[in-house]
Design a protein around this ligand. Structure first.
Ligand code: N01
Length: 558
């Protein structure tokens, strides 16, 4: 079956839903969303592991584009869990009548650009074809599960699961001996909940991590009322901060206060809980000495919480600056190690060698297990795009073009792939922000761009290769200006996937700055992009491939 439409969107998460609404209902295009999952939700459709919960606070974890939607929707907890987020997205789909243009259970396997027709030909795993003018990837940054290639997994006699593909019917862990591999944001959320039902839990830790208590709680009627009455202000803060959250980063530096004041500030932030801990000082992410004070405070908390000294030392022996890797927040993670049924396996001392039929074999022990939970993260940012066979001009493949790392302009487009847009793609702030805020900005930029093209008779848009080259250099320059570059083993660098190019992927200059750059690029006639009419006539010259003068502020980019 071949369907001809104006626009195709891949993915029905936060990004895909809003993109469909914008293209169809604002521009009047014919548009369809193809979604591999059985329902909407994107990452929240798949991530239903024990303890899964959003790390962003609910009052800023939402779309802001519809005042009416904001006025009718009320979150129940400080951090929303998957069922409530799915309910929210369901309400969005209902309100804007989106489901009629979404095909579920439909995985896109290829997207090839046909230069002669100036169309994208998209094929699904069911063999359906879509011929479209505009192609938008709303595939998410963390949707390609990373299951490490540990020898023997196929022979494991028990059950194993990746947290990002958790069975929707749940997994009964009661009475089971569970091994949890991975102590990133996911593992730290999952461990305390698994420990409550499993007979025994072994946490296999390769790299210890900082964590701050989330302090989740039901929202009070007063807070809900405050949210209802202050949407505009919440939006204004979220859209003007570097990380898209609705809290401001303090202007003071660590050295501006006495050690006693600093301690009091950290203690207050610890009590408040959540990602706001990063906002205590302006220089936490750019000054090693400043960061050391936060790191020392957080390590001290681990040592004070965990009763067994050996376990406490193994958990607190952290080798990177605070927040140089994505900082987790937790609900009773370190306390979990005080339970009789929980044990830490320090893989730096005793690495995993293989998986045996009865469990995990480390260098010096056999760990008998009924269930293995892989909280081992994702082939982040590029993985979901490269899982599709995407081919641009001259049948160039994205997999080949990105063999040394992603190459984009503004994280929005790829040179040689006309009319193909990525929402929160590599090279954009994406994972360093509160995602819905980044998503909304991208969707609106893409929508305005397509509107501009149609109103001006422009057939194709794609980045000038030189502008993309400069943008790539800028991404690295920004990372190097922060302490993010001190955790080269993070997934921001692709280091968690063997063979993946070690390139810093997200834009670390902050969401607010990025937003103004994108607005400015559009206002200058899409500077750095090549816009052409069908006859090949160039509408707006690339003016030297973009100015390349993006500016680096030595400020907290995340
Ligand atoms: O994945 P991760 P995640 N043997 O890559 C370990 C978002 N998120 O799913 O650090 C042993 O961070 C690995 O060890 P190491 C958030 O952006 C959001 O936890 O590579 N261990 C690490 O400990 C987050 O950053 C929410 O040495 C192995 C862990 O597995 C992102 O998702 C909630 C291993 C992977 O940590 C990813 O988080 C949860 C091996 N072979 C997550 N391979 C929200 O609330 C990997 N590891 C919104």
């Amino acid at each position: 079956m071949t369907t001809q439409i104006d626009a195709l969107v891949i993915g029905a998460g936060f990004a895909g839903l809003y993109q469909l609404h914008s293209l169809r209902d604002r521009l009047g295009l014919s548009a369809t969303v193809l979604e591999a999952g059985g329902d909407l939700g994107g990452t929240w459709y798949w991530n239903r592991y024990p303890g899964a919960r959003c790390d962003s606070e609910s009052h800023a974890y939402r779309y802001f584009f519809s005042r009416e939607l904001n006025e009718e929707w009320e979150w129940s907890e400080r951090y929303p869990g998957p069922p409530e987020i799915l309910k929210y997205l369901g309400r969005v789909a209902e309100k804007f009548d989106l489901r009629r243009d979404i095909r579920f259970g439909c995985r896109v396997v290829s997207a090839h650009y046909d230069k002669a027709a100036n169309r994208w030909v998209v094929e699904t795993d069911a063999g359906d074809r879509y011929v479209v003018t505009y192609l938008v990837a709303a595939v998410g940054c963390l949707s390609s599960a990373n299951v490490p290639d540990i020898p023997g997994l196929a022979d494991f006699g028990g059950k194993w699961y990746h947290t990002g593909k958790w069975p929707h019917e749940g997994v009964d862990l009661a009475g089971k001996r569970v091994g949890l591999i991975g102590t990133g944001s996911t593992g730290i959320q999952a461990a305390p909940v698994i420990a409550q039902t499993a007979a025994h839990l072994k946490v296999f830790q390769r790299t210890p991590t900082y964590s701050v208590p989330a302090r989740n709680a039901p929202l009070t009627p007063e807070f809900k009322r405050w949210v209802r009455e202050n949407h505009a202000e919440i939006r204004a803060i979220a859209e003007s901060t570097p990380n898209g959250h609705a809290f401001r980063i303090a202007k003071r530096n660590v050295a501006d206060v006495t050690p006693e004041e600093r301690q009091a500030i950290y203690e207050a932030a610890w009590e408040t809980g959540g990602l706001q801990f990063r906002a205590t000082f302006h220089d936490l992410m750019i000054d090693q000495a400043a960061n050391d004070t936060a790191a020392a405070f957080l390590k001290g908390r681990i040592l004070a919480t965990v009763r067994d000294p050996k376990t406490a030392r193994a958990l607190a022996d952290i080798d990177h600056p605070y927040a140089a890797k994505r900082p987790p927040i937790d609900t009773g993670y370190f306390e979990t190690f005080n339970r009789d049924n929980v044990e830490l396996v320090d893989l730096r001392v005793d690495p995993i060698e293989s998986i045996a039929p009865l469990g995990i074999r480390t260098k010096s022990a056999e760990h008998a297990l009924d269930v293995i939970v892989f909280a081992t993260g994702y082939d982040a940012m590029t993985g979901p795009l490269l899982s599709i066979d995407i081919r641009g001009r001259g049948a160039r493949s994205l997999r080949e073009d990105w063999c040394a790392g992603p190459n984009t302009y503004l994280g929005l487009q790829v040179p040689g792939y006309p009319n193909f847009f990525t929402i929160t793609g590599p090279g954009s702030p994406s994972v360093l922000t509160n995602m819905p805020v980044a998503i909304e900005q991208h969707v609106e930029w893409i929508t305005e761009c397509i509107d501009h093209m149609r109103r001006n008779g422009i057939d194709t848009i794609e980045p000038d290769p030189e502008a993309a080259r400069k943008w790539g250099a800028h991404i690295n320059e920004l990372a190097d200006a922060t302490l993010l570059s001190k955790a080269k083993h993070s997934w921001y660098y692709g280091a968690n996937v063997p063979g993946k190019p070690r390139v810093f992927m997200p834009y670390a200059g902050g969401m607010a700055r990025y937003r103004s750059l994108c607005t400015d690029v559009a206002a200058r006639g899409y500077d750095g992009f090549l816009l052409k009419r069908r006859d090949g006539h160039e509408v707006a010259a690339a003016r030297g491939g973009g100015t390349g003068n993006f500016g680096v502020e030595r400020g907290p980019g995340i």
